[in-house]
Design a binder for this molecule. Structure first.
Ligand code: BTN
Length: 145
C-alpha cells in the first residue's frame, strides 16, 4: 500500500466518528410507521414549531378515514443533532386526539428514524368512563422522502 492511500485510510478512520456525531436529523419530509400510516412534516419555523398532515392506516371507527392536520414543536431547533419533539393530531373523522412525543435518531449511514410514544384520547360520555378513554403505544417512523 502506498503512503498516500495509507494516509487517506487513516484520515477516514479518524474522521468517520466525528462525521457521524455531527450528522443532523431533519424532521421535515414524508414518514411512514409500522402500521402503514403516513405523515408529512413541514420545515421548522424559527421557534421550532412545525405543522403537517397525518394519514392513519387504522382507526377505531367505521367512518371514512380522512387526512388530518398536526401541529408540533422540536426542542432546540437550531443546534440539535438528534432532537426531541412532540405533535398532536386533530382527527377529522373522530372525536379523539392523539399526542406523540419522541426523538429523531440518525445512524452512521445517515438513516433517520422517529422513535415515538403516543397517547390516544377518545371522547367519553361521562367522567365515569374516563378510565377507558386513553390508549398508549409506541411507533417508529422511517423516512419515505
Ligand atoms: C381514532 O381511531 O380515534 C382516530 C385514529 C387514531 C389512529 C391511531 S393514533 C396512534 C396509532 N398510530 C397510527 O398511525 N394510527 C393509530
Amino acid at each position: 500500500m502506498g503512503s498516500l492511500s495509507c494516509c487517506l485510510l487513516l484520515a477516514t478512520a479518524l474522521l468517520a466518528p466525528r462525521v457521524a456525531a455531527t450528522r443532523k436529523c431533519d424532521l421535515q419530509g414524508l414518514w411512514r410507521n409500522e402500521l402503514g400510516s403516513n405523515m408529512t412534516l413541514s420545515a421548522l419555523d424559527a421557534s421550532g414549531t412545525f405543522s403537517g398532515s397525518y394519514h392513519t392506516a387504522v382507526a377505531d371507527t367505521n367512518k371514512q378515514i380522512l387526512v388530518s392536520p398536526l401541529q408540533g414543536a422540536q426542542q432546540h431547533p437550531s443546534d440539535k443533532g438528534q432532537p426531541t419533539f412532540g405533535f398532536t393530531v386533530q382527527w377529522q373523522f373522530a372525536d379523539s386526539m392523539t399526542a406523540f412525543v419522541g426523538q429523531c435518531f440518525v445512524d452512521r449511514r445517515g438513516k433517520e428514524t422517529l422513535e415515538t410514544t403516543w397517547l390516544l384520547r377518545e371522547e367519553v360520555p361521562s367522567r365515569r368512563d374516563v378510565w377507558k378513554a386513553t390508549r398508549v403505544g409506541t411507533s417508529i417512523f422511517t423516512r419515505i422522502k
